[in-house]
Design a protein around this ligand. Structure first.
Ligand SMILES: [Zn+2]
Length: 207
C-alpha cells in the first residue's frame, strides 16, 4: 500500500521505539494530494515525524513531492489494486474508503485509506490508524523482491494474511494449524501480492 513505510520490514527494532511509533500513528493522519497523473503534489499530516519514527528517512516529505505514487508501492498486484481504487474514486466522483492492515513486528495495525476526489481529476488520499492490537509474538518480515528466490511465502499487501499451504490466513493462525513452523513465522520471507478476497473487493466502495 502507498504508505510512508512498512515498518514490519524492520529487523532488530527496539520494542520501545515500536510502541512510540504505534502511539504516534494512532493519533496522526497522513495525507497526500495526487494530480491527474497520480503524481504527489503535496503532503499533509506529520509525514516527516512518521517517516523518522518508522525508519523511512528516504520518504521525507521534501523527497516525495513531484514523484509518482507508483514508485512507493511494492509489487505489480498491489500497484494494480491501488490504481483500481484511484480510478474508481475519479469515475464515481465519490470518496472511497478501504480498510487495510499495516502490521508492525509486535502489533496488528488496522488502517484505513480514504480517497477523496477533488477538482481537475486530482485526489486527496488519507491514511489513518483505526486500532492496534498486540500480536501473540513478534513477527519479523523480510520482503523478497524476486520470485527466483526460494523459501518465501506470499503475503497480501492489503490484509497482511499469508498463503500457507493453499489457505490465506493470519500468520499466528497458520502456526496454530501447523501449516507454518513457529521458527519460520518468527523470520518470515515474503513476496507481496494481493489475495483473491482483496482483489475481488478492489473496485467496491466501503461505507
Ligand atoms: Zn488480502
Amino acid at each position: 500500500m502507498p504508505q510512508p513505510s512498512d515498518s514490519s520490514t524492520r529487523g532488530d527494532a527496539d520494542p520501545t521505539a515500536i510502541d512510540q511509533a504505534s502511539e504516534k500513528t494512532a493519533t496522526t493522519t497522513l495525507s497526500y494530494t495526487l494530480d491527474s497523473g497520480d503524481r504527489i503534489v503535496s503532503v499533509g499530516g506529520d509525514w516527516d515525524g512518521f517517516a523518522r519514527d518508522n525508519d523511512g528517512s528516504e520518504i521525507l516529505a521534501r523527497t516525495v513531492i513531484g514523484r509518482r505514487l507508483d514508485e512507493f508501492i511494492t509489487g505489480d498486484a498491489t500497484r494494480m489494486f491501488v490504481r483500481t481504487m484511484l480510478m474508481s474514486a475519479r469515475t464515481l466522483k465519490r470518496s472511497i474508503r478501504r480498510p487495510y492492515r499495516c502490521d508492525s513486528p509486535q502489533f496488528r495495525r488496522l488502517m484505513e485509506m480514504t480517497i477523496v476526489p477533488l477538482a481537475q481529476e486530482m485526489l486527496d488520499v488519507r491514511h489513518h490508524q483505526i486500532r492496534a492490537e498486540p500480536l501473540p509474538y513478534t513477527i519479523t518480515i523480510a520482503a523478497v523482491t524476486s520470485t527466483a528466490a526460494s523459501g518465501f511465502v506470499k503475503r497480501c499487501s492489503i490484509c497482511n494474511r499469508i498463503r500457507a499451504g493453499k489457505v490465506w490466513s493470519e500468520v499466528d493462525a497458520a502456526v496454530i494449524d501447523g501449516r507454518l513452523a513457529a521458527a519460520a513465522a518468527a523470520a518470515l520471507r515474503v513476496i507481496y501480492g494481493v489475495c483473491p478476497d482483496c482483489l475481488h473487493s478492489a473496485g467496491h466502495r466501503h461505507p
